[in-house]
Structures are given as C-alpha cells and as structure tokens.
Design a protein around this ligand. Sequence first.
Ligand code: C2E
Ligand code: CA
Ligand code: CA
Ligand code: CA
Length: 276
Amino acid sequence: SKDDGGGAAHSYDPQLHVQAEERRVLEIALRSALENNQLHLNYQPVVSAQNGGLAGFEALLRWNHPEFGNISPAKFIPLAEDARLIAPIGEWVLRTACHEAAKWDSGARVAVNVSTEQLHSPNFVELVTQTLAQSGLPAERLELEVTESVFLREGTGAVKMLERLLALGIKLSLDDFGTGYSSLGYLSRTRFSTIKIDRSFVQGASQGKREAVAIIRAVVALADSLGMSTTAEGVETEEEYHMVYRLGCTKVQGYYFGRPLPVEETRELVARASAA
Ligand code: C2E
Ligand code: CA
Ligand code: CA
Ligand code: CA
C-alpha cells in the first residue's frame, strides 16, 4: 500500500530493503546448505561446577558458506524457522548428534537444541524414538534443550508432548531461562533435569549487578526445590566461575572451560576424559 490514509506516503527505507534482500539471499542459500554439506556440528563441554568433571556436550550448529563464510546460528535459525526449513535442519542435527555421541566411549551426554517450531511438528516424538533406535544411543544420554516459548502456544499440548518425550527416558533442559516468557507454573508440571541460566545473568552478576545475582540465587533455589540442577552458561573467566559456584550452580559451560569443538577434537577430549 502506498498510503495509510494519514497523508504521508510510506518512505523508502534503504536499511529495511537491504535486510529483506539479505534475508532472501540467505534463505535460498540455506535451502541448499544441507544437500551441499555446509552444515556441521561443534560440541561444547559442560562440566561439573564442583570438580570440573566432564558432564557432557552441547551440540551447536555451524554453517560454513563458500562465499559468505561462517554464518551465526543466531542469525540463520530464526530464518530457517520462518522459511519452514527448521524441521529438516533440526532432524539432521538430531541424527548427527546422536550418531556421534553413540561413538563416545563414555557416559557423556549430548544436548541438542530444539526450536519450538520443530518441537511442535507432528512427528517429533517419533523422530526422537527412531533416532535413538538407529543410533544406538542410550536414551538417558540424550538431552533436549527447549526454551520457555514452547509453553506459549495455547492448546498445543506442550506439556503432554514433553511427557511423551520423557517417557522415552531422555532428559529435558530449559534453555535461556528468564530471558523470555516466564512460566513458573509449567516449570512445576514438566520434569526438567536442568535449568540453563543465560549468560546475560552470569555477565551481569560478575559486573556486580545486584538484580542479576538475585535472579541466579532465586533460580538455583527454585531448581533445588524442584529437584533440578542448574547450568550457568557463558562462563568466560575464573572470577565468573567462582561466582556461579558460590551461588550454587551445579554445572558450568563457557569459554573458560572450553570453546565449541569440531567433532575430532571432541572425540579426543572424550577419550582423554575417560582415561583420566
Ligand atoms: P544457546 O543455545 O544459548 O547456545 C549458547 C551460545 O553461547 C552458543 O552460541 C555458544 O557458542 C555461546 N557460548 C558458549 N560459551 C560462551 C562464552 O563463554 N561466552 C560467550 N560470549 N558465548 C558463549 P552459538 O553457537 O552462536 O549459538 C547461538 C544460538 O543459536 C544458540 O544459543 C541456540 O539458541 C541456537 N542454536 C545453535 N545450534 C542450534 C541447533 O542445532 N538448533 C537450534 N534450534 N538452535 C541452535
Ligand atoms: Ca542451548
Ligand atoms: Ca542457552
Ligand atoms: Ca543464550
């Protein structure tokens, strides 16, 4: 529409245009990324806050485009969701991560991020069941990371669907807790193993922000009382580690303990950890 009737015609916004054009180009590229082997997974260690022991890895998606280079998942995951590409991409992530983790000669868990779009697709529980069977990964070694937005859609039966997943014997964790829609009611209705505390709180607390400290304390207390553990995300320094440890977080993840690693280095780390 040229005119809203308010008198002023819409002005052309070159910034918006560039964004739309970039999105269109990326979307076309993303469609072929899977077929052209441009996607791969990195694995970031998650360790026990108390003794640094390896608890598992979080699988993180990487897109290496021959022309555009590395594109951040924070940029292309939302695009994949809009373009209805998240189901095939998410399926590839799940299969790849489970097949890889099944080779690890250790009890290390693999955590896979699942977008809310993907979780609500009708065959998701079947896909997980099938992937566990095909990969041979014991269910208790698979953890799915979901965000609070899974509870946002009314009438989708999110709680029931999560129960069906739990019945397979897998673990669920609640990612980026506190950054989105807060759903304390749902938290008590779903057996999450772990609540992941977003890096923004870890960073805030280490900068001396009282609200951030208060939030971490409250989340740890809540998790404790519900029998869940907590993972502090994005721990970059020794100071941050000591702080989240003092605040009672059970597990830690971040550059201080290890960057996301390519698959071969992950295998080496697993082998070293199980030999230790
Ligand atoms: P997330 O699930 O919160 O993942 C943690 C992000 O923090 C990752 O960014 C990780 O590389 C980064 N990180 C880890 N330690 C540190 C640290 O010490 N400092 C800082 N500054 N950052 C740290 P990444 O890999 O760029 O992923 C961004 C987001 O993209 C993820 O956030 C997740 O929401 C999404 N994502 C990644 N892989 C997948 C996937 O396979 N499926 C879906 N649906 N989403 C994914
Ligand atoms: Ca995550
Ligand atoms: Ca997170
Ligand atoms: Ca985050």
